[in-house]
Design a protein around this ligand. Structure first.
Ligand code: KG4
Ligand code: ZN
Length: 329
């Protein structure tokens, strides 16, 4: 069994995954509530909370899976990219667990982990496919080849999609994280009441931009008083969310056109968005593309996806990982 650990941001996560990386036996996520009062993740607070929680989360992952530490054959851990202090807590814990039992350690890239959530979703999935990762820190399109190598096709020139949602939610006075907060506020909103720009809509390349969208919201808000904002909130949220969904869907389908891949994988926290899921399901069904979007709990940060990536990452034999380091980029 693979024991996987993920602590790159504000979720303390551990999971037990079968050796082929196609089935999770447990997937424990502890989302740190400490950050809510700050309206964003505070790195040092995140590291300390990981430190306090990780042991208990690992124990739960083993007991939920009904697997003992003796049955674990390798330990997988996120080593990059992310908050450096937060990553280091996971890496140190993984090293300790692997070292104590003489096991190999598998360093996993967080983005490859997000994509690997698709292997848990469809255990028969094989590359090649096009992958969209839309999270709080990244928004990028990749072509994944037969060897599972990821080639960058396009990425955001400014904010990540999740970051744009988080910042938009903040401007609208909604909670953190912004993605779910905007969706909730948008429920009875009219997506067409306000005209929001869809970044790089007319450009034929595969890059994204969300800064114009943010500015557009800022100017609309400047022209409103508090009463108007309260009344218009559902429509503003709906229009803003729709612009993000449109930018992501449009560029993803463009990437599929250019690459001729029959399958697309959508991953990262923003892939939990109901409107994005619905839009992509409709458009992919129309064009005969196989769409794989993991269930929401496998889209946002979790350790099962890190375990799913482990069989295809290079393991470091015991005890050669003593000097293994984490990296923020
Ligand atoms: O992948 P993730 O959990 O962490 C990173 O690796 O960044 O993504 C977090 C991002 C946040 O920006 C959050 O607002 C967004 O994903 N998010 C959502 C939803 N759930 C999380 N965005 C839209 N709709 C959601 N339901
Ligand atoms: Zn992530």
């Amino acid at each position: 069994m693979i024991l996987a650990i993920e602590t790159s941001c504000d979720d303390t996560c551990a999971a037990v995954v079968e050796p082929d990386g196609r089935k999770a036996l447990s997937n424990v996520v502890h989302t740190q509530a400490e950050h809510e009062r700050y309206g964003g993740v505070v790195p040092e607070v995140a590291s300390r909370a990981h430190l306090e929680r990780l042991d208990g989360v690992v124990e739960r992952a083993l007991s939920d899976a009904n697997v003992s530490l003796e049955e674990v054959s390798r330990v997988a851990v996120t080593v990059r990219p992310g908050l450096i202090g937060a990553l280091l807590v996971g890496v140190a814990a993984a090293k300790g667990l692997a070292y104590a039992r003489g096991l190999p350690l598998v360093p996993v890239n967080h983005l490859e982990g997000h994509v690997a959530a698709a292997y848990l979703t469809d255990p028969r999935l094989e590359p090649p496919f096009v992958a969209l990762i839309a999270s709080g820190g990244h928004t990028a399109l990749y072509s994944v080849d037969l060897n599972r190598e990821m080639r960058l096709l396009g990425e955001t020139l400014d904010d990540a999609a999740g970051e744009a949602l988080d910042k938009g939610a903040r401007m609208l006075g909604l909670g953190f994280p912004g993605g779910p907060a905007i969706s909730k506020a948008a429920q009875d909103g009219d997506t067409d009441r306000y005209d929001f720009p869809v970044g790089l809509k007319r450009k034929d390349d595969l890059d994204f931009s969300f800064s114009g969208l943010k500015t557009s919201l800022l100017y609309k808000l400047k022209a409103m008083d508090e009463g108007q904002l309260r009344e218009e909130l559902p429509h503003l949220a709906a229009g803003y969310e729709a612009a993000v969904v449109e930018a992501l869907s449009r560029k993803l389908l463009r990437a599929v056109d250019l690459s001729d891949a029959p399958t697309v994988v959508v991953a990262g926290g923003v892939a939990a968005n109901a409107s994005l899921r619905r839009t992509l399901e409709e458009r992919c069904a129309k064009t005969g593309i196989t769409l794989i979007i993991p269930p929401p709990e496998l889209c946002t940060d979790n350790a099962a996806m890190i375990g799913a990536a482990a069989p295809h990452a290079t393991a470091i034999a015991y005890p050669e990982y003593a000097s293994l380091n984490a990296s923020s980029v």
